[in-house]
Design a protein around this ligand. Structure first.
Ligand code: PEP
Length: 247
């Protein structure tokens, strides 16, 4: 999107003990200078504070992988958005398909989490995407539009929220939609956002699902693809940086 700085976010998922997580973060920061894209790494919660400290003064930002919708309270094992911000995060992924599938997160819950992120001064990266059955049934755009309508809080575009389109069947599988299918979906998401708010034209739309150094340039060249959410390839600094360099 013209005038929009690309964003490349790495979702480390449940990977990384202290030593390798810090080494990975430092290697990313080392290679980040001079890149056009903005970079974010999202380590497991146990490493957010240490990674944020290691990356202080570098152009690489830190994000969480999820947050609770409430600021604090009796929610054993959960982490709130203010806690992430306090640990040094600037972004937080919400509504990842692994959270939707593995933790029963609904659109309404995702919307509340994104609102909590804004309230804590974080930028939410809201994930949406259809299953393979939904795509085969010709329902992909309808499903994603419904997820957007239910998952994005009031003022999402005006407040700088980010959307990640991640077809569930492309995550961690090595399979991706065709470039034309990615462009069509991103166009549909852009149209939905622009209908909802004037600022929708400027929302950064990331593609996620098996982005690798070998396919990044073609995917990132599609209209309305403003960056990528990268899982597996974000665990190898050289791969993550190669993807970022393609933006
Ligand atoms: C993800 O889970 O956000 C993701 C895009 O994973 P991968 O790149 O491994 O497909």
């Amino acid at each position: 999107t013209p005038g929009v700085r690309p964003l490349i976010a790495g979702n480390w998922k449940m990977h990384g003990l202290r030593a390798d997580g810090l080494a990975l973060a430092r290697a990313v920061a080392e290679g980040a200078r001079g890149l056009d894209a903005e970079l974010v790494v999202c380590p497991p919660a146990t490493l957010i504070a240490a990674v944020a400290e290691a990356l202080a003064g570098t152009p690489v930002a830190v994000g969480g992988q999820d947050c609770h919708a409430r600021e604090k309270g009796p929610h054993t094992g959960d982490i709130s958005a203010p806690m992430l911000a306090d640990a040094g995060a600037r972004y937080v992924i919400v509504g990842h398909s692994e959270r939707r599938a593995g933790h029963g997160e609904t659109d309404a819950m995702v919307r509340a989490k994104a609102a909590a992120a804004f309230a804590a001064g974080l930028v939410p990266i809201v994930c949406v995407g259809e299953s393979e059955a939904e795509r085969l049934a010709g329902q992909a755009e309808a499903v994603v539009t419904r997820q957007l309508a239910g998952s994005l809080p009031e003022g999402f575009a005006a407040r700088g929220g980010v959307v990640a389109y991640e077809p569930v069947w492309a995550i961690g599988t090595g399979r991706t939609p065709t470039e034309a299918d990615i462009a069509a979906m991103h166009g549909a998401i852009r149209a939905h956002l622009a209908r909802t708010a004037p600022e929708g034209a400027g929302v950064r739309l990331l593609y996620g699902g098996s982005v690798k150094p070998g396919n990044a340039r073609a995917i990132l060249a599609q209209p309305d693809v403003d960056g990528a959410l990268v899982g597996g390839a974000s665990l190898v600094a050289a791969d993550f940086l190669a993807i970022a360099a393609a933006a």
